[in-house]
Design a protein around this ligand. Structure first.
Ligand code: SAM
Ligand code: SF4
Length: 336
């Protein structure tokens, strides 16, 4: 079936923003249970409701043919998905794709970093919320800090550049490690991004009480370091600062204290094949029925993707004081 659709090589939404970046969650499962991301007792999707790796590869190929140049493989924990490496290899060298990147909790990197590099992964973000072993276990509920630290070492040894630590600071939990984590990043010659906690899914603590504003994080860091604002832009929502006389860049991802929606260039695909047009809104288009109904015809999918651009919202409206209006999806489901 050939549907007459103009501009099929460019994804433009109704606000004139070009979408060239997709984040694909390849599993909602994870070997950690981070307090801000999941509740202690999670129910995961049955396997047949999750995109197969072949379906993931097909989706990515279609998006790349429509002008997407950057793909982030995420989850859940992407590296716990069986045969995830097959997918990385399958899309690592796609013509037209400039950047294949991934976000991981680092628990599997010790053994997978080299293969990921060989598969064509350009950059890795690794979540790290504490350098204190006991506290790390408490935040992740099950994680082993040593494994993650060995994972960071392995990623560096494999030749990854611009490795970035992702840190979610929480008041009364790890806020006092703001500078320790930055010092660690500096000592490792890697970057760090502070992410404000977002009200995604219902967790076991009061998010308003744990919220730490990036404005206060920046103020604290500036008391101890000379920073200069960087014009660098990874195509993402982070605002970057460089730490003088170091290799380290600090990113601030501030959905509450700074709204970055006007330059949004991304969409997310959940592990169930739902195309979410905004992390903080519920607008979505289901791709799974089309994938399965038309296994050899991409046109219905292309048409649905083009149509989805009409409903990409202007922006999110995260508000921690309105828990009833939180997005009900966990970040692990939509893909962080
Ligand atoms: N498991 C991988 C990891 O932890 O890096 C990838 C998926 S995780 C959902 C991606 C990122 O989302 C992590 O850096 C995590 O810290 C962040 N994240 C998860 N839930 C969040 C929330 N409610 N608010 C802000 N960031 C969150
Ligand atoms: Fe797992 Fe990442 Fe969520 Fe932590 S943040 S529970 S590592 S998906």
């Amino acid at each position: 079936m050939q549907i007459d659709t103009p501009h099929r090589n460019t994804l433009l939404d109704s606000f004139g923003r070009q979408v060239n970046y997709i984040r694909l969650s390849i599993t909602d499962r994870c070997d950690f249970r981070c307090q801000y991301c999941m509740s202690e007792n999670m129910t995961f999707l049955p396997r047949d409701e999750v995109l197969s790796l072949e379906e993931c590869a097909r989706i990515v190929k279609i998006f790349v043919s429509m002008g997407v140049t950057k793909v982030r493989i995420t989850g859940g924990e992407p590296l716990v998905r069986k045969n995830a490496l097959w997918l990385f290899k399958e899309i690592g060298n796609l013509e037209g794709l400039n950047e294949l990147v991934t976000t991981t909790n680092g628990s599997q990197l010790e053994h997978q970093a080299e293969s990921l590099k060989a598969a064509g992964v350009k950059r890795i973000n690794i979540s790290l919320d504490s350098l204190n072993h006991e506290r790390f276990k408490k935040i992740t509920r099950v994680g082993d800090l040593n494994k993650v630290l060995r994972g960071i070492t392995a990623a560096k040894a494999a030749g990854f550049k611009n490795i970035k630590i992702n840190t979610v600071l929480m008041h009364g939990i790890n806020e006092d490690e703001t500078l320790d984590l930055l010092n660690f990043a500096i000592s490792q010659n890697i970057d760090i991004a502070y992410i404000e906690e977002m009200p995604l899914g219902v967790v076991d603590h009061e998010r308003q009480a744990s919220y730490v504003s990036n404005v206060s994080t920046l103020n604290l860091i500036q008391k101890h370091y000379s920073l200069f604002q960087s014009t660098e832009n990874s195509g993402g929502p982070a605002k970057y600062w460089r730490v003088s006389n170091t290799e380290t860049k600090i990113g601030f991802i501030s959905p509450h204290s700074h709204n970055f929606c006007e330059s949004c260039n991304r969409i997310r695909i959940s592990c169930k094949g739902e195309l979410f047009l905004c992390l903080g809104q519920n607008d979505m288009v289901e791709l799974m029925p089309l994938l399965r109904a038309y296994p050899r015809d991409d046109e219905p999918l292309i048409h649905a993707i083009l149509e989805s651009m009409k409903v990409k919202p202007k922006g999110h409206d995260f508000d921690l004081s309105r828990p009833s209006q939180s997005v009900v999806r966990f970040m692990s489901y939509t893909g962080g």
